[in-house]
Write a protein that binds this ligand. Sequence first.
Ligand code: KIV
Ligand code: NA
Length: 265
Amino acid sequence: VKRITVPVIKRMKAQGEPIAMLTAYDTLMAELLDESGVDIILVGDSGGMVMAGHENTLSVTMEEMLHYVKAVRKGVNRALLVADMPFLSYQVSVEEGVRNAGRFLQEGGAEAVKIEGGRSVAPLIERLVEIGIPVMGHLGLTPQSVHLFGGYGVQGKEAEIAEKLKQEAKSLEDAGVFSLVLEKIPARLAKEISENLKIPTIGIGAGKYCDGQVLVSHDMLGLYEKFKPKFVRRYAQLAKTMREAFINYVQDVKQRDFPDDHESY
Ligand code: KIV
Ligand code: NA
């Protein structure tokens, strides 16, 4: 298989080929995504919510993320593997950011890291790129700022914020990101940002004009049911399927229908 690398991802924009990205936190899911032609597999800090029951992404730690990244690494042969930098792993200082980003490559086997934020993270991005660590940016509704935003509302509806997002996108490109996630911003703003940049944008709730799309796998599988934003398209109803399977198993055990002779030695 031909591996998807950072230069391949950048070239896809020039060639007009949409980039398909999804999340994984374990080996089995990573294998399925990789076999299915997903270009980028993100070990998102969303894993804290869908795998470990955290209420938001703020309590996710480096150790928890490294655990997910190592598991996902074992399942990926083709896709680009990107690790999400958790809250407080990169905000304190450039030094700490470099150390933690480096751990994802050194210990986790990731090929790039993702960092939320605009101009304030540009110095760290410059340093990481300088030492050979590719960085994916993330603007718009950045969930690690949930308390500042007061929730998970659409970002960039006001002209002033929209302008700020455009400028921050440009400063991230200048700092050296190889791609940029745009989360929950108006489709028209995402279109403008995408047209203004040479690097690909990857949208989640950012409309059809982005250069690629990303969803949380557990959301698009209908596995995580706690809430469903409008931007999630459910390609399966896995929670329903699993619930039915579990209920049937319990019933079979209770009725002594499982195991039968064929399932015994
Ligand atoms: O944590 C995550 O899964 C993400 C994607 C939704 C972009 O940041
Ligand atoms: Na994230």
